[in-house]
Design a protein around this ligand. Structure first.
Ligand SMILES: [Zn+2]
Length: 177
């Protein structure tokens, strides 16, 4: 059926979906600061039921959003003791399984972390490596940028850290071979 048509038509574009995620956590004392699965030495850490890895949470919501699978609050309720202090990379691994089971492959993930302090740049390589490993991606498919808010707003005064993430999913079409 496609043989004649394919001679004249452009190749079919893959089915793709974009997803967006946003998360904020409050900075508090007596908590480790975990971002992208990496512990960063700092006087404050993020408050939350899990390890409060705001960057990884934004990624999960982007992936779930693209696949039409809701959000992490629905998937991993913060009332469930199972997720108390859990590594968010473990949750990301479960989300990656959900994406794969729904016949999507991740094309890329792009993240902007918004924090006034500490300096994030020295840890970005390690974060990318860990996220790529959990999602079964190459490092080039994961991009992390960090910015400040020039001292403005809740991030600027150091009350919290925010993260934004977008991702692109492509339909996983089994090779007809
Ligand atoms: Zn969160």
């Amino acid at each position: 059926m496609a043989s004649e048509k394919s001679m004249t038509s452009p190749p079919l574009l893959p089915n793709v979906r974009v997803g967006f995620g946003y998360d904020v956590h409050r900075l508090v004392t007596d908590r480790a600061l975990i971002l992208g699965g990496v512990e960063i030495p700092y006087k404050l850490g993020l408050a939350g039921h899990s390890d409060a890895d705001v960057l990884t949470h934004a990624i999960m919501d982007a992936l779930l959003g693209a696949a039409g699978k809701g959000d992490i609050g629905g998937l991993f309720p913060d009332t469930d003791p199972l997720y108390k202090d859990i590594s968010s990379l473990k949750l990301l691994s479960q989300v990656a399984d959900i994406i794969r089971d729904a016949s999507w492959v991740i094309s890329n993930i792009d993240i902007t972390l918004v924090a006034q302090a500490p300096k994030i740049a020295p840890y970005i390589g390690k974060m990318k490596t860990r996220i790529a490993a959990v999602c079964n991606l190459s490092i080039s498919q994961v991009n992390i940028k960090a910015t400040t808010t020039e001292g403005l707003g809740f991030v600027g005064v150091g009350e919290g850290i925010a993260a934004y993430a977008v991702c692109l999913l492509m339909e996983d079409i089994p090779d007809a071979g």
